[in-house]
Design a protein. Structure first.
Length: 105
């Protein structure tokens, strides 16, 4: 009985952890990034006023988006805060996966 319970618990743990480990969907992130291109460029390289996103670490990007959403990080024009407030955690992961996939150009 203990063995069956242990196996069931392990399978449940793997099922719950798998989506978290899978990370974001870069293809979906590319679709979402259309809204980001005006400021960060179609290639994610930014410009003199907006930071480069291409090649940045996924976890770092997610952390920054969450900080904008929560108000912990504020930009002067509040563009990022307004944009981030509508993003789900999955949207953030997808965007981060996309920009990380562009590599450090």
């Amino acid at each position: 009985m203990n063995r069956i319970l242990m196996i069931a618990l392990l399978l449940t743990a793997f099922a719950v952890a798998a989506p978290v480990q899978a990370g974001g969907d870069a293809a979906r992130g590319a679709e979402l990034a259309v809204d980001c291109a005006d400021c960060h460029g179609a290639d994610g390289m930014g410009d003199e006023d907006n930071p480069k996103l291409a090649g940045l670490d996924e976890a770092y990007q997610i952390e920054q988006l969450k900080a904008f959403k929560s108000g912990e990080r504020v930009d002067e024009e509040e563009m990022m805060s307004m944009y981030a407030e509508d993003l789900s955690d999955q949207d953030m992961a997808d965007l981060a996966a996309y920009y990380a996939s562009l590599g450090d150009q």
